[in-house]
Design a protein around this ligand. Structure first.
Ligand code: ADP
Length: 436
């Protein structure tokens, strides 16, 4: 295999040979071969020293445009410059990655803090200021437990057992609930990484869910206790025959209450599970309201409420007929339940440029202003005992609200104690359809 000599080495050898030849020729002609050869080599060495002295200038920023020496130095300079370029590119890449990392950490909504081995702040991102009261760089070197003086956090830090994340109130804002997750860094195990997240919404949702389950259990337990008490009385060898009809009636009534509650719960959970908007059925609202009012008349029975149906438009709605029927009948039946015998209940259907409106107005007991914003909460009742008497589950208006949300509609409640109430469903124009 032939050895291919790099071109700069070839040039260098030519240069050396040239110097030796010229010196040798001059030495031969003058009869002073050795001194001339020595002189030639000295000039060659001097030239190299000169190039060595020029090297930093040639490699510097303004050395780029200068003519490069030929021979070995050309190769060396090219090699070093290639190294410099590749280093510059690597530094650029690294600084881009660092910028991206810094940007990501700074944009994170979660607080990220690094603690040194004694629990003092080494570094933190901007979110740590809002959540943990840790402001970078002012808080550097300060103890985490001094900046967030929560005894629970103090105990947690002291225990050194970070297997389960901690839940605390934010030291920067008492209204916020935080989860705190601590772990040693992978490469520097004596430093700790603290990540804290705002879980306020989740926390209150969980609490509401827990309360709801407790309330539902309570609601079911009450009729169940009545039923089992009465059943025990009937189960004796000699039951008091005079009370049997009343007892069985009460058992039936309580069983009906339980079944209504379970059925409303199922409706509500079905509605909650369907996140999307209601499907596009053609719902003939005037027809639907006529049926509901007839049913309400039957429900009123001997109470003989005066039911007025005021249909001012033949238009209908795009939506789910079954859901709308549930919502509208809840409003009409509520009006009957909370209005004295023989009083008036008016159901009105109107459509104009702003959309469609279904309103149910009664002349009943009315509702105090402080209760109105809470009426659509699950199991909320103004007067629980009265509501139970009238067969209410406290879920009716929660169901109405859900159905309306799925139809992009809103519920408006106007009421005055002793002055009756008006419940209005506002539907947007896009939901209105002509039935002709
Ligand atoms: P309930 O099944 O108990 O009727 P709802 O969710 O339908 O539950 O209603 C919640 C509460 O709102 C009721 O307990 C009642 O106090 C009040 N309410 C609802 N409709 C009316 C109305 N038309 N007039 C007066 N109070 C009403």
């Amino acid at each position: 295999m032939m050895f291919a000599m790099p071109s700069h080495w070839r040039k260098e050898l030519q240069l050396l040979l040239g110097a030796v030849l010229i010196a040798g020729l001059a030495g031969t002609l003058t009869g002073q071969l050795l001194p001339f050869l020595l002189l030639g080599l000295l000039v060659y060495l001097g030239w190299h020293l000169y190039q060595l002295a020029r090297l930093p200038a040639l490699l510097g920023q303004d050395g780029q445009g200068r003519p490069r020496p030929s021979g070995l130095w050309n190769g060396i300079i090219r090699e070093i410059q290639e190294q410099q370029d590749s280093n510059r590119r690597r530094i650029n890449d690294l600084s881009c990655q660092l910028d991206r990392f810094r940007d990501t950490v700074n944009t994170l909504p979660d607080a990220v803090v690094i603690l040194d081995q004694s629990g003092r702040v080494d570094w933190s991102n901007p979110a740590a200021a809002n959540l943990l009261n840790i402001l970078w760089p002012d808080s550097q070197g300060r103890l985490l437990t001094a900046l967030a003086p929560d005894p629970v956090l103090g105990e947690y830090m002291a225990s050194g057992d970070f297997y389960m994340p901690l839940v605390i109130t934010s030291p920067a804002n008492r209204a916020k609930i935080l989860s705190v997750f601590i772990t040693p860094l992978k490469r520097e195990a004596n430093r700790l990484l603290v990540v804290s997240r705002d879980i306020t919404r989740q926390y209150f949702l969980d609490t509401a869910r827990r309360d709801f389950v407790a309330n539902v259990s309570h609601e079911l337990r009450t009729p169940l206790t009545v039923i089992s008490g009465l059943a025990e009385q009937l189960n004796t060898s000699e039951p008091d025959l005079a009370t049997v009809p009343r007892s069985t009636e009460l058992i039936l009534q309580q069983a009906r209450r339980m079944s209504e509650l379970v059925s409303d719960l199922l409706t509500l959970s079905r509605l909650e599970m369907q996140q999307d908007t209601a499907p596009d059925e053609r719902v003939p609202v005037p027809e639907l309201l006529t049926t509901i009012v007839e049913e309400a008349r039957a429900l009123s029975g001997a109470a003989q409420h005066v039911l007025q149906l005021d249909i001012r438009s033949n238009d209908g709605l795009r939506g789910n007929a079954k859901e709308l029927r549930t919502a509208f009948s809840n409003l009409v039946f509520n009006a009957i339940k909370h209005t004295p015998d023989q009083a008036e209940v008016r159901v009105r259907w109107r459509v104009d440029h702003a959309g469609a409106r279904l309103s149910v107005t009664d002349t009943g007991e009315g509702i105090a202003a402080r209760h109105i914003p809470r009426l659509t909460e699950r199991l909320y009742r103004v007067d629980a005992s009265h509501s139970r008497d009238t067969g209410g589950t406290g879920l009716g208006l929660a169901i109405v609200k859900h159905v309306l949300e799925r139809h992009e509609a809103e519920l408006e409640i106007i009421s005055k104690v002793g002055g009756g109430s008006t419940f209005t469903c506002h539907f947007p124009p896009e939901r209105v359809i002509s039935l002709l």
